[in-house]
Every structure is written in C-alpha cells, then in structure tokens.
Design a protein around this ligand. Structure first.
Ligand code: URA
Length: 435
C-alpha cells in the first residue's frame, strides 16, 4: 500500500477503506510515514470530510494505538464527562464530587490548558500541595474509597492523537468535524468509563462557531460512542460569553467551592446541576433527570457535595485550609477595574478575547513551556443581559504583570463587551440535548 495513493483518493473525495485507515494510523505511530504526507492527508480530510464508517474506524484505530485503561477494578457504573473547551469552564471541579456524592464512581483524567482555554489540572494544582499525578493503583483505590479522583493522563494513551494533534496545530487542520470527533472520542473511549457526557461548546470562544456546527459534532460523537457500546450523550452549551464569573486558576477553584456551597453564578450552577442530572440518569441511580434535580439540590444544601470535594482534595494531598477559608488563596498585587464607557445592556462578551486576556495576565499558556501565575485572571462583574451604567465596572483584572500588559488586556477586555440600547434577556445555558 502506498500512502500517496491514500492522499490522492481523499483529495478527490473518495472514502478510505478500513485497511487504508489501519495502515495510516499504525504506520504513522511507528514513524514510517513522514509528517509532510500526513499533513497533506489531513488537509484533504478538512476539505472533503469523512463518512460515518471512516470516522468510526479512525476513532477505533486511534483508541487502540496505545494503552486502553481498564477500570473494571472499580465497582459500579463509571461515568465521565468531557468539555470541548471553554473559557471559565471549571465544571469538572463541581461535577466530579457532586455526582460522586450519590455513590457514583468518577474516575476522571483531565488535561492542561493551552491557548485561551484553561485546563482542569492547572486549576486543581492551584490548591497548595495537591497532586494530579497518581499511580494507576492509587487512582483506582481512591475512586473505590473516596468515590472520585481527577488526575493527569496515566500510561501511553492514544499516541496517535498526540502526534496528529501536534501536526494539526501547525498545519491549520484543527477545525474539521471528523478530526475533532475522532480525537476527542478516541481519548474518552481509551480512558475506560462506561458512560460519557459530552459538553459541546459553540460560539465565539469555541471551535464550533454556530449551534448547527456544534450539533453536527455532537451527533457524530454520540453516534461513535454508542456504536462502540458506551452510553454517550451530549449537551450543547453557549460560549457567547465565558462560563460563570471567574477566569483563572485559583479564581475558578474559589468559584467552584462557592458553587458547591450553593451560591455559584446562575449559568454555571445551572450547567453543573443539569449535567449532573444526566450523569446520574446514565449511572441508573435516579428515576429520571427531573427526579435527580431535586436530589442534587439536597446534596448541595446538606453540604455532602462539598464534603466529597474536600475528601478528594485531601486524598490527593491538597491543603484543606485553603478550600475551607478561600481568603487564604494568594491574590495578585494589581486589581484593576475595567470600566464601561457606555450605558446599556450587555449583549455579548467575546469569550475568545477574554480567554486570551486571561492568558496574557498569566492564567494560561501561549506555549506548553509557559509557567502559570495561579492567582492571575479576570472576574466578570457584568454578564449578558445585565444593565451597565457609564463608569461602572464591567470586569476586574487580577495581575502581577507590568502596566504595559495590564493596559493592553484592559483595552481588550473592555472591547470584548458589546453594549446595546435594547433590553436583552439572559440566554439559556443549554441549547440542546442529544442522546
Ligand atoms: N479537543 C481535542 O481533544 N481534540 C480536538 O481535535 C479538538 C479539541
């Protein structure tokens, strides 16, 4: 088989056979196909797409390109969720313990942030002494005793995606529904949970710019997951503004703790409860989602959800005094208000611009080697639908940077707000649910 013939077939819009896809993944991971040829194939896929059968085979082959985690030593139905990447998305910090407080095991492998989106591992590491590096044995033991663990990837999971993603990043081939779906689903399927809830983001800060594109990606991933025997469902959530109020590592941990106590921002709290209700239905511990929502409120009110978070943090070596007294977290030396120059209703907040602003302040990485400032970030004082007067604070920057960077971010965050004269309603957080 010659790889050039595979490129040529896809270039002219043909469908690749199972053998051709197996050859592509196996030989690329072994280092037998050069990056320049794979780049050409990726670009042909961007332009000509793939059918469901091609995408399923690609996902399966990527999943089996490395270790597949065996969670069978954990009792019960293991549930997992995955977000396609948002700004201010600290959902896993709340969902993991909330769902685990019902006795449903959550064995979660998360990632680090890159670019304008943050990563759950970085957020967790802003809790002093907490480790996200657990051996496989300790991970399973923690899930069996505490009920949840959130750790970095163990083993050699989906090496095909590591190579392909790095190549896609530098060849402008990330934004392709078949490539995104196979990348995400191969990792989720390899990490071993029985059920998967996908939070597919759409809007200004997301890969999928429109609800329709988001739906297409969601349907595809749900299809792939279910066809490979996992109960897979998806929610479509709007990224036309950041999620919640906090963007930045320890700022987001503080917001997650406040939310576990029942006092979180409305959109973020709503998303956590609705997602938890779906996961509890997937785990078959509730009659239906409506039933679950009432029970979830009780778990939050009784303090059981926060207690579960505490147990998880303790088991992973974190200093509990910080989450018990949020004022202990370090705060940046500069706290800078972003003032409105207009009066009216907030119509839109460009999530991408706010995410990049947070990154410039030190909350995120422009390259994998960048060192994070755990206390840096942005708090939104106004969200879509809020009324704002001229001179009122739209957002607040938390920064240890010098004034040149602070002023640049101040302007960008100011410009990220679109203020309109018309009264705007609060947008729904979940736009669609696909199963
Ligand atoms: N997240 C992934 O893991 N892969 C993609 O291709 C896009 C987002």
């Amino acid at each position: 088989m010659r790889f050039v013939d595979i490129i040529s077939k896809k270039r002219y819009g043909g469908a690749l056979t199972e053998e051709e896809i197996i050859f592509f993944i196996k030989e690329y991971v072994k280092g037998n196909i050069p990056d320049y040829q794979v780049s050409a194939l990726l670009m042909a896929i961007v332009f000509n797409g793939m059918n469901l059968e091609e995408i399923s085979v690609l996902t399966r082959e990527m999943m089996h390109s490395g270790d597949v985690i065996d969670l069978s030593a954990i009792k019960g139905i293991k549930v997992d969720k995955h977000s396609t990447g948002g700004v201010g998305d600290k959902t896993s910090l709340v969902l993991g313990p909330l769902v685990a407080s019902f006795g449903v095991p959550v064995a979660k492998m998360s990632g680090r942030g890159l670019g304008h989106t943050g990563g759950t591992l970085d957020k967790l590491e802003s809790i002093p002494s907490l480790t996200i590096e657990l051996s496989g044995e300790r991970f399973i033991n923690q899930v069996n005793t505490v009920g949840c663990a959130i750790i970095g990837q163990t083993g050699n999971l989906v090496p095909a995606d590591k190579k392909l993603y790095a190549l896609r990043d530098v060849t402008a081939t990330v934004e392709s529904i078949p490539l995104i779906a196979s990348s995400i689903m191969s990792k989720k399927l390899a990490s071993g949970s029985d059920t998967i809830l996908l939070d597919v983001k759409y809007g200004s800060g997301a890969f999928m710019k429109t609800l329709e594109q988001g739906r297409e990606l969601a349907r595809l991933m749900v299809n792939i997951g279910n066809s490979l025997g996992r109960d897979t469902r998806a929610i479509l959530t709007n990224m036309d503004q950041p999620l919640g109020l906090a963007i930045g590592n320890n700022l987001e941990v503080k917001e997650a703790v406040v939310t576990l106590h029942g006092h979180g921002p409305h959109d973020f709290s709503e998303l956590c409860k609705r997602a938890a209700a779906i996961m509890l239905e997937q785990a078959k511990v509730v009659k239906d989602q409506k039933d679950a929502l009432g029970l979830i409120e009780e778990k939050i009110k009784s303090g059981e959800a926060f207690a579960k978070f505490r147990e998880m943090v303790k088991a992973q070596g974190g200093d509990l005094s910080y989450i018990d007294d949020l004022t202990k977290f370090p705060v940046t030396k500069n706290i800078i208000p972003v003032l409105s120059t207009k009066e009216g209703y907030v119509e839109h907040i460009d999530s991408l611009a706010v995410g990049v602003g947070g990154m410039k302040l030190g909350a995120g990485r422009a390259t994998v080697d960048d060192v994070l400032d755990m206390s840096a970030g942005i708090i939104l004082n106004k969200k879509v639908g809020d009324f704002v007067k001229k001179g009122e604070t739209l957002a607040t920057l938390y920064s240890n940077k010098e004034s040149k960077t602070n002023n640049e971010v101040l302007k960008e965050v100011h410009d990220a707000y679109l203020i309109s004269k018309e009264k705007i309603g609060t947008p729904p957080i979940i736009s669609d649910y696909i199963k």
